[in-house]
Design a binder for this molecule. Structure first.
Ligand code: GDP
Length: 485
């Protein structure tokens, strides 16, 4: 019965969304990606560019002058934190520092006034919803028992390179007896060590992506609650959990996680999105090696699986807005010379194609782009001995180390980013065809771990100064171009 009430409530809300969108055309754009993929920077640059006349030649409605204005407006959902645009813009432009990353869901509304192709004045409301991609990876948990999840998580953690990172957790885990009495302290320690292990996997040297439960790394406002305090146990196949045991306690919390965290997210937020951009730090995974690319592929397959949610019920198919365009974007392309941008795109396309063939996505158009929402580097030819090499120039953040010396945040450094491979056949095999990027820097700085400061605004004297970017306009054209006709 509660399912029917729930379904009726969802359908009523979907109808409201639909009605509102009918009178007031609205696109709910989801911006997601794993931690540090570039969500905050992307949204800040997108809103700044749209509202301040960014240089977007491929974004037809803006380039042709049909967009008259884009202004922020109060957001529709009272229960979602507002995306802190003003602060982020101030940090990015005035302080030339990167803003704080996404740790929770947030929302921002932008109202775009434009002239239709037939000359009439129109508005499009763009609701941008920013949320951690880690949360999407929780979807498969809904179909899994605690016992299944435990067995799978343990098996995964026993494979290299994860096993090395799981040592401390495994050592503690070996001291636990599932049928022993429930024990808060043991559970807290297990959850802490398990989370440390997940975090170590996320470290940029390993760049692993597939790490549910997603809230363990991105707890949002639930940090420290029992629903986030559990860990896998080694359980006897077919065994029964004794009352009052550690096993029962862990299982109860795992179920609470699904009920209080996973289901509400998919029901209240995810199912209401119309369009989605998934930002992917493809370079980080590429640099970490074939396991990280495999892992990324599995994570993207998991993410793609989510787009089938909400299509299964009759009312759902009738009324619920559905995602009909998904853009996968390889971010931070400004770490590469422009000759490699197409290759970066091709690498992500390969990963997405493999993931899509596993996830059987139907009904949504999928595209791939390599972009830099904010371009922190310039290109130049730098003389190295007798040769002139194509290089990128940027100002590393204060404290970054180049040539053994900490930099002051005001020194420009040139690097020669290695070339990405043109032949992608061996990318996943690890049989020698794959190689991480190598780089020769003028000053031996390793660009892979060098973080550049955000750039100054570009001022061409004719319009408002704008942030430089790479292919942000292509992303916009795919995501909302058709809704501005
Ligand atoms: P989030 O966790 O997905 O919100 O990631 P952020 O947007 O906070 O980005 C994480 C970090 O990646 C930033 O602090 C920057 O150092 C870097 N970054 C993100 N976008 C760009 C970009 O377009 N260019 C460059 N050079 N760095 C970027």
């Amino acid at each position: 019965f509660s399912d029917i009430v729930e379904e009726a409530r969802l359908s009523a809300r979907a109808l409201l969304d639909y009605g509102e969108s009918f009178f007031n055309p609205t696109v709910r754009l989801g911006v997601t990606g794993l931690s540090r993929a570039g969500k905050t920077v992307f949204i800040t640059a997108l809103v700044h560019g749209l509202s301040r006349g960014g240089r977007f030649p491929v974004f037809e409605s803006l380039a042709s002058g049909r967009i008259a204005r884009a202004q922020l407006a109060p957001q529709p959902d009272d229960a979602i934190p507002r995306f802190n645009y003003e602060n982020h813009v101030q940090t990015l432009i005035a302080d030339r520092r990167w803003p704080n990353s996404t740790v929770d869901i947030s929302e921002l509304r932008l109202v775009i006034g434009y002239q239709g192709q037939n000359g009439t004045d129109r508005t499009l409301t763009l609701d941008i919803v920013d949320y951690p991609g880690e949360w999407l990876l929780d979807l498969p948990l809904l179909d899994k028992s605690y016992e299944q999840w435990s067995a799978e998580s343990l098996a995964l953690s026993r494979q290299q390179p994860r096993a090395r990172l799981a040592q401390a957790w495994h050592a503690h885990h070996a001291t636990l007896r599932p049928s022993a009495r429930e024990d808060e302290q043991a559970t807290l320690t297990a959850a802490r060590l398990f989370t440390d292990y997940l975090r170590a996997c996320r470290d940029e040297r390993f760049a692993m992506s597939l790490l549910p439960p997603g809230r363990f790394l991105m707890p949002g406002n639930l940090a420290g609650s029992p629903a986030l305090t559990f860990a896998p146990l080694d359980l006897p196949a077919g065994g029964i959990a004794p009352d009052g045991s550690l096993w029962t306690m862990m299982r109860r919390r795992y179920e609470a996680y699904k009920d209080l965290v996973v289901r509400p997210f998919f029901r209240d937020h995810f199912s209401r999105l119309d369009r989605q951009i998934v930002l992917v730090d493809t370079l980080a995974a590429f640099n970490a090696g074939p396991e990280a690319l495999y892992d990324l592929e599995a994570a993207l397959a998991g993410i793609l699986d989510c787009y089938r949610v909400g299509r299964s019920t009759f009312l759902g198919t009738l009324f619920r807005p559905r995602i009909d365009r998904i853009l996968f974007a390889a971010t931070k392309a400004d770490h590469l010379h422009h000759t490699s941008h197409d290759r970066l795109e091709a690498i992500l396309r390969r990963v997405v194609e493999r993931a899509a063939s596993r996830a059987e996505v139907a009904g949504a158009a999928i595209d791939v782009v390599a972009l830099a929402a904010v371009r922190a580097t310039r290109e130049a030819q730098v003389r190295c001995g007798r040769e002139k090499l194509p290089s990128i120039l940027g100002t590393p953040l204060a404290g970054e180390v180049a040539n053994g010396q900490p930099l002051d945040g005001n020194t420009e450094v040139a690097t020669f980013p290695g070339d990405l491979p043109t032949d992608l056949k061996g990318l996943f095999s690890g049989n020698g065809a794959f190689r991480g990027l190598s780089t020769t820097a003028v000053d031996q700085a390793d660009f892979r771990f060098l973080r550049f400061r955000p750039p100054r605004l570009q001022n061409d004297g004719t319009r408002d100064p704008a942030l430089p970017h790479i292919r942000l306009d292509r992303a916009l054209q795919f995501l909302i171009g058709d809704r501005l006709q």
